[in-house]
Ligand binder design. Structure first.
Ligand code: PMV
Length: 308
């Protein structure tokens, strides 16, 4: 048997623009998914027969990383599913890693690449941000150019993403989950059609790329005030790209007076927002009063690891 666990993530800055090759920065969080693979008489998940549709990520992980005799996959998750905190990436990365470990082939770059292929197959369209962050842990800067701290490069179609290590200071964020699950694929497709037809949308994508690099600098200086300003600006640009939602806006508005900054995180259209604050209790209360579910997370968690 092999067991591996992988962290969830939050996108600090750069979601959506990263699909167009712009930089993004994502941070691993202290909530994990643990997956174990063991010999079995049939392909199964948590002891029950695997259903390709219901277990889409695990089934695609088997195609990418296994190709052996039937196995059972046991998963234990601390990450609320559909919350935008990277549960699908963490289940994929932990399963791929456990499968590769049981074949004696565990290595981070291969896990990241195979896990991206799994997300692509299931979602149709994706950047490798989530899966590489869940694999590497700590923080990951995605960039079209090679920078210091280079980890690996992932290519797909006309796009190429260089992944880099990002040092992450000890920070806590409050995540506000709207309870609304919005699929990433259609939101990405909506932004794509806007960008193809609208000059302002293209400008917003470029500006998000600049914000990300300023944000990386603010993060390295632990300049929470500047980082918060950049988060706020990024959020407005994302709203302009049509991925906001009234429920998200209520949580952002509730959190901002008590925070350095607040923005949606991930695909939007529901999902979650994040607030950077020194007062996680008060912001949690404000988010709850505005109808959201607050989750306090710390960032910079360890990446995928063997737990057997
Ligand atoms: O829905 P999430 O949290 O996995 O985030 C998606 C982020 C996007 O930039 C919108 C898409 C992507 O694959 O990078």
């Amino acid at each position: 048997m092999s067991r591996c666990s992988a962290p969830g993530k939050m996108i600090l800055l750069g979601e959506h623009a990263v699909v167009f090759g712009k930089p993004a920065v994502a941070l691993a969080i202290n909530l994990r998914i643990s997956s174990a693979v063991s010999k079995s008489t049939q392909y199964s998940v948590n002891g029950r027969a695997m259903q390709k549709r219901h277990h889409a990520y695990i089934s695609a992980a088997l195609d990418q990383a296994w190709g052996g005799p039937p196995i059972n996959v046991d998963t234990i998750s601390e990450i609320p599913s559909g919350s935008g905190l990277g549960s699908s990436a963490a289940v994929t990365v932990s399963c791929v890693a456990a499968m590769m470990a049981s074949k004696g082939k565990f290595n981070h770059e291969a896990v990241a690449k195979k896990s991206f292929a799994v997300e692509l197959k299931v979602q149709g369209s994706a950047s490798p941000t989530d899966t590489s962050t869940s694999t590497h842990g700590e923080g990951v800067i995605v960039s079209p150019e090679k920078l210091d701290g280079f980890l690996w490069r992932i290519e797909h179609g006309d796009n190429a993403w260089n992944m880099h290590h990002c040092d992450v200071p000890k920070l806590r964020f409050v995540v506000g989950y709207t309870g609304i699950h919005a699929a990433t694929g259609p939101l990405v497709a909506g932004v794509r059609s806007l960008v193809e037809s609208n000059k302002d949308a293209r400008r917003s994508i470029d500006r998000i790329g600049e914000i990300v690099m300023d944000g990386v600098e603010a993060l390295s200086k632990q300049d929470k005030k500047r980082l918060g300003q950049l988060m706020n600006e990024d959020h407005e640009l994302l709203n302009g790209l049509g991925v906001g939602h009234s429920a998200l806006e209520e949580l952002v508005v509730a959190a901002r007076p008590l925070s350095f900054g607040a923005k949606l995180t991930g695909a939007g259209g529901g999902g979650s927002m994040i607030a950077l604050t020194d007062d996680v209790e008060k912001v949690s209360e404000a988010i709850r009063s505005a109808g959201g579910e607050p989750i306090v997370v710390s960032v910079g968690a360890e990446g995928v690891r063997r737990d057997d």
